[in-house]
Ligand binder design. Structure first.
Ligand code: HEC
Ligand code: HEC
Ligand code: HEC
Ligand code: HEC
Ligand code: HEC
Length: 186
């Protein structure tokens, strides 16, 4: 009886000894994981929430609306602009389709909700960028900088393409455009 107990106790102290020995490594691994995910999180930014689950594919591919219908300044301004209740009302003041989310849009509009969408792609205020120059003059495709957003069926939580300084510079170098600091930083 006592032999059995001491054997069990021996086993337990053996395991806890092993845990004690590996504890620093486990702690280090956990710390590393936290640091890495923090770095990634900071790089990618927080998830962007939206008031309704907008569906690009349905409105562009299926209904054939062009981008300018909702992003009205994309060819004439620095900012493309995001649509709101006024634009959606054109159709959703009356029920459209059969999905629950479409019904919710009509309901929200009837309550006077402004449907404020939040920006996904965003540059620091010290960077000067204009859509007019890149879309209307240079004739670049939206997908070059925004990826496959036109085919999304619900709003992406994060930008599909990381638009940072290297991204701008790579194309400018390739297409022999300005690399001068103060062309982009004004
Ligand atoms: C050369 C890269 C590039 C191209 C091409 C481009 N965009 Fe953008 N777009 C950006 C950047 C960068 C931002 C973020 C701008 C900021 O925060 O100042 C942005 C922001 C936006 C926004 C958010 C609202 C705003 O104006 O800030 C919309 C909507 C948008 N783009 C739509 C489009 C559409 C539609 C097209 C094609 C017709 C297009 N973009 C082509 C780089 C591009
Ligand atoms: C030109 C008309 C038109 C405009 C403008 C329009 N929609 Fe729609 N929308 C529709 C139609 C039609 C459907 C139903 C399509 C179907 O079910 O096949 C729909 C469906 C939807 C759905 C359901 C999507 C799904 O996955 O089932 C949502 C959400 C939606 N619209 C949001 C919006 C928002 C937000 C705006 C404004 C930014 C907007 N719509 C502007 C016509 C429009
Ligand atoms: C019926 C309206 C409508 C049409 C048409 C439309 N969009 Fe959008 N777009 C939206 C709404 C609403 C959002 C915000 C929700 C989301 O991201 O799905 C948005 C967001 C975007 C964004 C992210 C902008 C940001 O906040 O940084 C881009 C890029 C974009 N659209 C590109 C396009 C392109 C390219 C087309 C044409 C192929 C297009 N859109 C057509 C309504 C529209
Ligand atoms: C895919 C290629 C491409 C990308 C990506 C791109 N650009 Fe450009 N950019 C061009 C082209 C082409 C022109 C020249 C347009 C013209 O003919 O006026 C230009 C012109 C400019 C100009 C005007 C320069 C001047 O001489 O005044 C600025 C500023 C600029 N880009 C900023 C940016 C910024 C900021 C980004 C990143 C957010 C960016 N660009 C990303 C292709 C690109
Ligand atoms: C074609 C446009 C363009 C040119 C040219 C350019 N930058 Fe940038 N720069 C950017 C963009 C875009 C960002 C990122 C902003 C953001 O993250 O929102 C940036 C960010 C920065 C930052 C902030 C740190 C960082 O990396 O995010 C510094 C500092 C900077 N640039 C310095 C310079 C200097 C110095 C030059 C000249 C050698 C230069 N830039 C030329 C577009 C440009």
């Amino acid at each position: 009886m006592s032999e059995k107990w001491s054997a069990i106790r021996g086993l337990r102290s053996g395991t806890s000894g092993a845990i004690r020995r590996s504890a620093p490594y486990i702690a280090l691994a956990v710390l590393l994981l936290v640091v890495v995910s923090l770095l990634l999180g900071v790089r990618r930014g927080p998830a962007v929430p939206q008031p309704v689950a907008f569906n690009h594919r349905k409105h562009t591919e299926d209904l054939g609306l062009n981008c300018e219908f909702c992003h009205v300044y994309v060819k004439k301004g620095a900012h493309a602009g995001l649509p709101g209740a006024e634009t959606c009302s054109v159709c959703h003041d009356s029920p459209q389709g059969t999905s629950e989310e479409a019904a919710r849009v009509t309901e929200l509009l009837s309550q006077g909700d402004p449907l404020r969408f939040n920006k996904l792609f965003r540059l620091a205020p010290h960077v000067f960028y204009t859509h007019r120059r890149h879309v209307a003059i240079a004739g670049l495709e939206c997908a070059t900088c925004h990826g496959a957003i036109a085919e999304t069926e619900r709003p992406p939580r994060r930008a599909l393409v990381q638009v940072d300084m290297d991204f701008c510079m790579d194309c400018h170098r390739e297409q022999q455009q300005t690399l001068e600091c103060n062309a982009c930083h004004r």
